[in-house]
Design a protein around this ligand. Structure first.
Ligand code: SAH
Length: 338
């Protein structure tokens, strides 16, 4: 059985041979009226519901832990097969922004990231991503205005399901979040970036760069050995050309590793004058060999002086281990220790 929240509008039209208006009614039942069972779907004819029910079921995650730090709420979700994932709600002035997981575990192995310490168990289906948003929206009674696929997992290692997630949440009859407010963050898989640029309504793209130097980036992110910076930035340039949108480059500052003036030089040489924004992230210590940079604002100034567009990621959830993978790995480690 598939998860009903994985169904895109075009799937409903093509696979069930429905006129668009009937497919729209399914979406209105589920996303506007928030039906949580076939019985609660009032706009959709019984015959269509029967056909849907042969293949699709309503499945929700269960929140097993919830930590509220005021500006953010972290959820640990149990999936129907016993796997656990995390989502974080950030309370913004304009509404709610949710950081969504795309896989249970991750195989990319970035050495400063906690999510990668637990290898991928499986991909999430689109519905398991969509219901992270629906659950939080209902639990908090707020409207989710932004989503970022920046939780556990590498989204382009699960391309089809992440694309379907984007289609459902941006659909005017789905969650109706504008594509510019749905950001997918990748460690830099060029084929995935190219595929993403080709989608009918591409969402926003973020790439974890963390260094403009091949050697340093390969040390931090083993994926760089397979897809070096030039290839990743090449794919990003094609995205910019195709969509007319800027690309966000995430850059977590690690003391003595990627935070010097020469690192700023290399970054400026790589992307200066192009449609990129560098998003500086403060390192959230996860117990490894790295420490957070004491040159955060110096580095910010150095990039600015070199003419780059720079933003700083607002910190949410200090004290609740809101960095990706922290809650999940804490619970799994606890379990393993028992
Ligand atoms: N797989 C995706 C999503 C990862 S999480 C990707 O690689 O982009 C989102 C961002 O947080 C990434 O840029 C990731 O490299 C960064 N990150 C991971 N662990 C971190 C930590 N402990 N402190 C700061 N940033 C971290």
């Amino acid at each position: 059985m598939k998860n009903i929240y994985s169904l895109t509008l075009s799937d409903a039209v093509e696979r069930f041979c429905l006129p668009k208006s009937k497919a729209v009614n399914i979406f209105r039942d589920i996303y506007r009226d928030k039906a949580e069972s076939y019985a609660e779907m009032t706009r959709t004819a019984a015959e269509i519901k029967e056909r849907l029910a042969r293949e699709y079921e309503f499945v929700f995650p269960k929140a097993v832990k919830k930590q509220d730090s005021g500006d953010s709420v972290k959820y640990l979700f149990l999936l129907s097969d016993g796997n656990m994932i995390e989502s974080v709600l950030m309370r913004q002035k304009y509404g709610g922004s949710v950081c969504v997981s795309s896989q249970a575990g991750c195989n990319m192995g970035c050495i400063f990231c906690n999510s990668g310490k637990l290898r991928k168990v499986r991909d999430l289906c689109a519905g398991e991503m969509v219901t992270q948003l629906l659950y939080i929206e209902k639990d908090q009674g707020i409207r989710i205005t932004n989503a970022a696929v920046m939780g556990i997992g590498e989204p382009f290692d699960n391309f089809e399901n992440v694309s379907d997630f984007c289609a459902v949440v941006t659909d005017d009859n789905g969650l109706a979040i504008p594509p510019s407010r749905v950001t997918v963050s990748t460690c830099g898989l060029p084929d995935g970036i190219d595929g993403f640029s080709e989608l009918p309504r591409p969402c926003s793209l973020a790439i974890s760069l963390h260094s403009a130097d091949e050697k340093t980036r390969s040390l931090l992110m083993p994926v760089n050995k397979k897809y070096p910076i030039a290839e990743v930035i090449g794919a990003a340039r094609r995205y910019i050309q195709k969509t007319g949108r800027r690309v966000l480059l995430e850059y977590t500052l690690l003391s003595g590793i990627n935070d010097g003036a020469s690192d700023a030089d290399m970054l400026a040489k790589l992307i200066g004058g192009e449609d990129f924004t560098v998003n500086l992230i403060e390192y959230n210590p996860t117990g490894g060999e790295f420490t957070k940079s004491i040159r955060f604002f110096e580095f910010y100034d150095e990039l600015k002086k070199r003419g780059l567009r720079v933003t700083v990621r607002r910190k949410f959830g200090e004290g609740i281990n809101a960095a990706c993978g922290q809650l999940r790995s804490a619970v799994i480690n606890e379990r393993e220790m028992k």
